[in-house]
Design a protein around this ligand. Sequence first.
Ligand code: ARG
Length: 297
Amino acid sequence: MLYHAPSEVDFQLDDCARVPVPTRVVLTTPTYFDVAYVINPHMAHHVGTVDHDTARRQWEALREAYASRGVYPEILEGVEGLPDMVFCANQTLPFYRPTTASRGVVLSRMHAPERQAEVPHFARFFEQLGYEVHRLPESLDTDFEGMGDAIWHPEHHLLWGGYGFRTEREAYAAISEMLDVPVLTLRLDDPDFYHLDTCFSVLDARSVLIYPDVFDAKGRALIDRFFDTVIEAPDDEARRLFACNAHCPDGEHVLIQEGCTVTNERLRSAGFTPVELDTSEFLKSGGSVFCMKLMIW
Ligand code: ARG
């Protein structure tokens, strides 16, 4: 059930089982956040330049942005020596299984050795919450970076899967089988957009915000097939300000790095309300709003 192109797709969005909108968010404290190594192009020249007080203030504002919209953060403490753990979208893929109404996570296999030790902390966190915790099969030697690359189509049991840098396409075959879900795969090939969540942000079941230039013709055609409204962010805002790493928790407000003027105008024309936040310290590490949170059921 992996699909590359619309010609292979033999179902409609409405054929996919309905899934509730997740209403809880997990955030990881930025206590030990830093740029301590370079594993994506955005981190180059930023090693050792993080202003920790500013980072803490920016993270508190993010937490408040969720809380004030009634999305109450569950907090996982950051761990010393794991400077990227604050990007808590990457260590797992949370899921809601519509057939049994059960909740769980699939654990990631981080591509960068520097990040691999983050995953057991999330495994423990979710075990304590009583979630099913699944691992990719031992026999499969493949990278997978959770919700950095695997993104649920809102309100449906349908998964979008980016691959090319941090996740290999084979991982989705295992996930598709494990969760009994179709996966629409999107190939990424611009290193600035190394995770799907850097260039693709679902807003609601019918709308998505993308940076168009990273997708090949098949990928773009898949996106057009499943979304009625496709909002495009311009190059500068997508690449430098991570416009497409925005997050829409409620189908209306879009939490987005401040300064994305053109993107915000396009969001407003489509009926969304941008909520600007400053994540500049985290942009130094190649991340913004979407990757600093994990939505769970
Ligand atoms: N420095 C982190 C890394 O390269 C940033 C991760 C940002 N996460 C994301 N989903 N885009 O892995």
